[in-house]
Design a binder for this molecule. Structure first.
Ligand SMILES: O=c1[nH]c(=O)c2ncn([C@@H]3O[C@H](COP(=O)(O)OP(=O)(O)OP(=O)(O)O)[C@@H](O)[C@H]3O)c2[nH]1
Ligand SMILES: [Mg+2]
Length: 197
């Protein structure tokens, strides 16, 4: 591949939009432009508590699907409740699908501790076959749904850094500036700017 092309394997259109916007922001000193190509494949996902292991397995699936030698990345996003020692974690996708937002909020009703953290773990596979992991974490709490319910659990997660707004109540740029995904991709972007891939 030429021209700093890099493939993002995700079937999640909301993730893609956020990542496109984060990677498009701010110029870098060596004027490198990253060209993002999306492959909307539904990869097999490892079931695990270890978020790095999940991302690495997903990255390996992506390399298998696309063939070796292409720079490719995936990300896996988890929502970890402190009271539940990190669960639902990566399983949040299936909790959302099966129970919906309101019941997820109700799960924490008996407990005082509503603290949670949103975690994005990126696995990047470079053209030479090496894997790199980048991770971003944003702490906050679970609240009753406020704001549009267009993206996953955005309306029930109130980050500490947002001064009382849920992710869903924030502008996209404001969310990206403090989000789990924004933090993970800031590190990844720096890596891509500084290295051949
Ligand atoms: O409110 C949200 N704000 C976010 O910032 C966010 N990022 C992901 N999610 C949801 O959390 C689960 C992750 O699962 P996930 O990482 O496996 O994603 P996915 O399966 O949808 O896509 P992908 O695996 O093809 O990339 C899925 O239900 C996503 O919709 C989010 N919800
Ligand atoms: Mg997935």
């Amino acid at each position: 591949m030429s021209n700093n092309e890099i493939v993002f394997v995700t079937g999640n259109a909301n993730k893609l939009k956020e990542v496109q916007s984060i990677l498009a922001q701010d110029a870098n000193s060596n004027n490198k432009t990253i060209h993002l190509i999306n492959e909307a494949l539904d990869l097999e996902e490892l079931q695990d508590i270890d978020l790095n292991a999940i991302a690495l397995a997903k990255g390996k699936q992506a390399v298998l699907a696309l063939g070796k030698g292409k720079p490719v990345f995936v990300e896996d996003t988890a929502l970890r409740f402190d009271e539940f020692n990190g669960l639902p974690g990566a399983y949040i996708k299936w909790f959302l699908k099966s129970m919906g937002l309101d019941k997820i909020v109700k799960m924490l009703e008996p407990f005082e501790n509503k603290n949670a953290e949103a975690v994005t773990t990126i696995c990047f596979a470079g053209s030479k076959g090496e894997y790199h992991i980048f991770q971003g974490i944003t702490k906050g709490k679970i609240v009753s749904s406020r704001g549009p319910t267009t993206f996953g659990w955005d309306s029930i997660f109130e980050p500490l850094e947002s001064h009382g707004l849920t992710y869903a109540e924030m502008s996209k740029d404001a969310k990206n500036a403090i989000s789990h995904r924004g933090k993970a991709f800031a590190q990844f972007k720096e890596y891509l700017y500084q290295n051949e891939f």
